[in-house]
Design a binder for this molecule. Sequence first.
Ligand code: PEP
Ligand code: MN
Length: 356
Amino acid sequence: MIIRLKKDASQKLAKLVIAKIRSFGLTADVSMGKTGIEIIGVLGDTKAIPLSTFSELEGVEDVIRVSREFKLVSREYHPRTRVIRIGDKKLGEKAPVVIAGPCSVEDEQTTLKIAAAVKKAGADAFRGGAYKPRTSPYSYQGPGKKGLEILDLCRKRTGLPIVTEATGTHRHQCPDNSFEKRTVLENVADYADVVQIGTRNMKSYGLLLEVVNRTRKSKTPILLKRGEAATIKEFLLAAEYMVANGNPNVILCLRGIRTFESTKYQRYTSDIAAIQVLKQESNLPVLFDPSHSTGKRGLVEAVALAAVAAGADGLLIECHTTPANALSDGQECVTPKELAQIIRKAAKVKKIVNEL
Ligand code: PEP
Ligand code: MN
């Protein structure tokens, strides 16, 4: 249930509404507008509560029942897109926000070189996996905690905020078969400006809740990737898990879905229309990842621009100074020069779309 207050509603009314909600054993979720409390969401089972309980109060604009299964993340719940700060940039406003970097963190020198190039190309955040979820147990699993320290150094040198993935609540196994002292999530939460949850973990509900537990106070943004075979409803419900449990700063990231398409031509199928579905159904900002969705360097720019034209709030792009030497996903990494061109063109496309 959503209770919208009139523009001139008093604080006293807001307090009364919140007290009434609590008297039913339910939770009030307050959204601030420009002039004070604007919307009060009621969390919990509201079936037995008549709308008139609140609609008859002086100063209440209207009361509606949210019919969707996902509530807090829905546009019905909040008509404006949630703007999420990444460093000093705002995701969900007019300009597209670009997050870029190598698939995995590499040695210190290489990673610093890529970070400097990504910054020069105009990206807004630097991304790299210190922990990598790999399909094969024999593939490179990322450098672990040492990788987080390298990312920290990149942040210090470039000023770019750091986006990196938490692959689980386990302890990372090092190449010499020893285990890191703390869990992957504990380590990532200590370093990341944005915590990424990868496609394979979209339905790891225990991990989603643990990430929220770790970020409830800091409200560190969480970048949630769509499961490669998850429906849009499942995707939004996974986001709802996190928002409902105390971290509203969830970013939806589309990264392609699995279809009958052969990987010879494209790694996944770019779910471009899903951008508009999410924009229409949800109040969360939407990123598109043209790198994993295509898996081919030559397709990245076209799909990135299509995503921006279709309404994406930002892009997540893999970039490497020497893609042929990348430790993972080199085939889909663009060079810094290509990245700069994509960023320039994406800003133009966004501007045209905004003006149409
Ligand atoms: C990644 O972002 O590097 C990654 C592993 O992506 P995904 O979870 O989308 O496969
Ligand atoms: Mn990758």
